[in-house]
Design a protein around this ligand. Structure first.
Ligand code: G3P
Ligand code: MG
Length: 232
């Protein structure tokens, strides 16, 4: 089972920061997940649409300039750009980039090609996901070699059909409504199932027994331990 360090090793370090990403590498995570917003045409790694709560800033992130964001911190750590994170990870693991909000697909196309050409990432190491399926479909149309993954925050009547329709690599589902039916539907279409966000050992083992292919965990080392694998 593939374990993604969710927002980096966010159980141990401020989420979506370089520190959380470096720690994920130290813990030998095979994959990391992070969230990006478009700020002045640049992709910035941060989860929420608003700055308060997770940083010492205020207001909507996309209404700020990069220079303003540089002055802020997430529990003492700077807010990184996606490029800084990709440089730090240095093609040493799979990176799931979750496109938040709108207008993230366009800058992602340019960064995707740069990450492959300049940093040595392979298309198998870059997985682009989003709850915004039109943005994701547009990305796939222009970068057909890319692995994409629709995120679902609810259980639709047509189950996993959307993933097949979009030629997705994987379908990302909320642990709270996972079912054997949707796992089997996805697999029947050749689509992998990755489940967020899971830190409970019993949950992880139950998902593995259902044939789930991967989980997003805030404590990636403990998730591996729950599966009976060495924690690092
Ligand atoms: O990508 C998996 C998971 O991160 C999706 O939800 O809100 O944690 O970004 P969220
Ligand atoms: Mg996310």
């Amino acid at each position: 089972m593939l374990i993604f360090a969710h927002r980096g090793a966010s159980g141990y370090a401020p989420e979506n920061t370089l520190k959380a990403m470096a720690l994920a590498l130290e813990l030998e995570a095979e994959a990391v997940e992070l969230d990006v917003h478009n700020v002045e045409g640049e992709l910035v790694v941060f989860h929420d649409r608003r700055l308060e709560g997770k940083s010492n800033g205020k207001g909507l992130i996309h209404r700020h300039t990069l220079a303003e964001l540089e002055k802020l911190s997430v529990r003492g750590e700077p807010i990184p750009t996606l490029w800084q994170v990709l440089e730090l990870l240095n093609a040493r693991c799979i990176v799931n980039i979750e496109l938040k909000g709108i207008h993230t697909g366009e800058p992602m196309k340019a960064l995707y090609h740069r990450a492959v050409a300049e940093l040595g990432y392979s298309p198998e190491q870059l997985l682009i996901s989003s709850f915004n399926h039109p943005e994701l479909a547009d990305f796939k149309a222009d970068v057909p070699e890319a692995r994409i993954a629709p995120l679902l925050g609810s259980l639709p009547l047509d189950g996993a059909a959307i993933a097949g329709q979009m030629q997705a690599w994987s379908l990302h589902l909320d642990v709270s409504f996972i079912s054997q039916t949707i796992v089997d539907q996805a697999h029947a279409m050749g689509v992998k199932v990755y489940v967020y966000t899971v830190d409970d050992g019993d949950d992880i083992r139950a998902l593995a027994a259902m044939g789930v292919d991967g989980v997003f965990a805030n404590y990636p080392d403990l998730a591996r331990k729950a599966l009976g694998e060495p924690s690092s």
